[in-house]
Design a protein around this ligand. Structure first.
Ligand SMILES: [Zn+2]
Ligand SMILES: [Zn+2]
Length: 358
């Protein structure tokens, strides 16, 4: 079958091959036919080595498709079911799951070090234990979450990562209060979802911050009340908050420099919510005096910071009610052969979300 493979970490281009096989099918597993997959910034970060990932690997973790076959012992799923791919399935039994923090369950990650594809040349890993830039993938049954019939595959795919991450940061983690002031630094697909989450929560001012003009324009369409380039943030802070700082600042880039900017633009007693996925050697610094004296809350948000299945259901409900716009987030569509063009657009920041149709 066809799949897009990265041969070595650090390479910029994927090779679309037709000699790939999905392996590992058996008890507790399901075989999926992928129909649509989003290109998430984490895929690019795994390719460049910012996020840890063994190679060769097939990127993609934001996908949706149909169940082709179910292994022994799998309940609640059958062939033909429409599902989205959850890259962080909850086991339901570990301490994190029992506390209701299923986004912190690591049971599914145990599989991430096991290759789930192979080629004549050897084993191939799937990103984050999934790998959706492919026609078929075998995953644990918990990674296949049924979706209602009215949710198109391309919308379900976005809910599988970026939308859930951004909405959840605003709703679950920061719990943005009505009437508050918000700044969102980084306005790709996750940042746009954060803006939509802040709007759903009733924020009075939402300032979008991004160096790319097309993303600033997009942010205004999705609910930002103002959009500025990074060098305009200080002025916006002065005008909107009287210089005090924002009630909430979301860092949706994944770099210590932008996290520090976010911290400095958060008001005393306000909330810095860190959503971006960064590198292990990029350290964020706060001095002990400001940490204590300014009482800013630093809240990281992983995959929406709440029960993952509940977050999916909420995203679908908000989308169905017209409270969030997911269709317009797809600014670019390609077939698998166009995946390298899509990666280039992601790197320049021109696209919010590319949908790869398979
Ligand atoms: Zn668990
Ligand atoms: Zn993602």
């Amino acid at each position: 079958m066809r799949a897009a493979v990265l041969h070595e970490i650090g390479q910029e281009k994927l090779e679309v091959l037709d000699d790939v096989e999905a392996v590992g099918f058996g008890p507790g597993k399901v075989r999926l036919r992928i129909r649509a997959t989003g290109l998430c910034h984490s895929d690019v970060s795994a390719m460049s080595g910012v996020l840890p990932q063994p190679a060769p690997f097939i990127p993609g973790h934001e996908g949706a498709g149909e169940v082709v076959d179910i292994g022994d012992g799998v309940t609640g799923l059958s062939a033909g079911d429409r599902v989205l791919v959850c890259w962080l399935p909850a086991c339901g039994a570990c301490p994190s799951c029992k506390r209701g923090q299923t986004q912190l369950c690591l049971a599914g990650f145990m599989n991430a070090g096991t290759p789930n594809f192979k080629r004549p040349g050897g084993d191939v890993f799937g990103f984050a234990g999934t790998g959706t830039f492919t026609e078929e993938v075998v995953v644990g049954a918990g990674c296949a979450v049924p979706i209602p019939d009215d949710v198109p595959f391309e919308i379900a795919a976005l809910i599988g990562c970026g939308v859930t991450t951004g909405l959840g940061a605003a709703i679950n983690t920061a719990k943005v209060e009505p009437g508050s002031s918000v700044a969102v630094i980084g306005c790709g697909g996750v940042g746009i979802s954060t803006i939509q989450g802040a709007r759903v929560q009733g924020a009075a001012q939402i300032i979008a911050v991004d160096p790319v003009a097309s993303r600033r324009e997009a942010a205004l369409r999705f609910g930002a009340t103002e959009a500025v380039a990074p060098d305009g943030l200080a002025d916006a802070k002065q005008r909107v908050t009287g210089g005090e700082g924002f009630d909430y600042v979301f860092e949706v880039v994944g770099k210590s420099a932008t996290a520090r900017t976010a911290y400095e633009n958060t008001r005393r007693g306000g909330t810095l919510c860190v959503v971006g996925a960064g590198a292990m050697d990029d350290n964020f610094q706060v001095n002990m005096f400001e940490l204590f004296f300014d009482e800013k809350r630093i809240l990281p948000s992983m995959y929406g910071g709440g029960d993952v299945l509940r977050s999916y259901e909420r995203a679908i409900a908000l989308w169905r009610a017209g409270r969030i716009d997911l269709e317009s987030m797809i600014t670019h569509r390609v077939r698998l052969d166009g995946v390298n063009d899509a990666l280039d657009q992601m790197r320049t920041g021109e696209s919010l979300r590319t949908c790869i149709e398979l």
